[in-house]
Design a protein around this ligand. Sequence first.
Ligand code: ASP
Length: 361
Amino acid sequence: MTRFITGCATAALLAGCVTAQDAGSEIMAKGFVDPGMSVIAYEARCPANVAWSLAIHGGAGVMQRESMSAQTEADYRATLTDVMSSGRDMLNRGHSALDTAQHMIMGLEDDPKFNAGKGAVFSAARINEMDASIMDGRQRDAGAVSSVTVVRNPILAARAVLDYSRHVLLSGEGAEQFARSQGLTIVPREYFQTQRRRDQLEKKLAQKQAYNTPETRFGTVGAVVKDGCGDLAAATSTGGLTAKEFGRVGDTPIIGAGTYADNKYCAVSATGTGEYFIRGGISKLVCTRMEYIGEPLQTAMDYAIHTELDGLGGDGGIIGVGADGSVGFSFNTKGMYRGAATSTGVMRVEIFELNESGEDK
Ligand code: ASP
């Protein structure tokens, strides 16, 4: 079982461990290490250099090349590549799908470009209320937190719920107390705030729109992984929707809606207007179709998005990995920040809709 370990000396005693303070390591992508970050030891437990696959997302919405500057596009592509590279290095060393998914999410939570952790969107109460979840496909163990406001990395709180609580989902103050009791890093609320998100909130409040529209909603983060042991995991983290009601909980911490993993079928992470993903049980639906009617991963994902989600009037997308190592993406928005990597050398990042020739246009 993974443990949160404070102190590099302790961590260094574990064979094959990686620590977040190991700034020079090839495991750590640029920008991951912060002096305030908890030290984490990941214990390698799978054979090194065997088949694995992963996918990540950084939110879905209206992304058009015309309205995105070359610099912004390059920044997103670089971060997604860095994060996947850190996942690749962990998997090549035999780290688990669960640890790898968690680690990649932490990297995205720490990057203010994304709507998770630092840089999360504001709720109508003018604070950042964050949700996260993580699921282990082996036994279908899961942990989640909702509406946390001071836990530096919400995904670590979700993981602590998975590892050390008898519950699946803790919310608000209770989740924060639990995170404190587990020794997770607690930060002032201001840590999460950025001017860009403040401006989006003020604009939204002025328009009197309770929820954000696809034009301004980007940046929930997710990861799905199949490791060298053949195990699957999924993880998702978000600030939710700009100007959401105080106390609103989206799909991200709801197992089966925003996140799902079952070793026998698939691991899925979602992004989009959460209410529809909850109503459609979108992430679990993918695995259910694979189980009951034997659909391949991509077919089941396309059904979940283009039939079920569309039918409800929802918008967003999902990423998935299958038990066979296949990787899939499906979305009904203009674009989705996304990437995939495999042990066969694939490392690709896409943002926009694909054109007829399969290019990221
Ligand atoms: N699914 C998230 C939520 O509804 C938001 C998003 O993915 O953009 O909270």
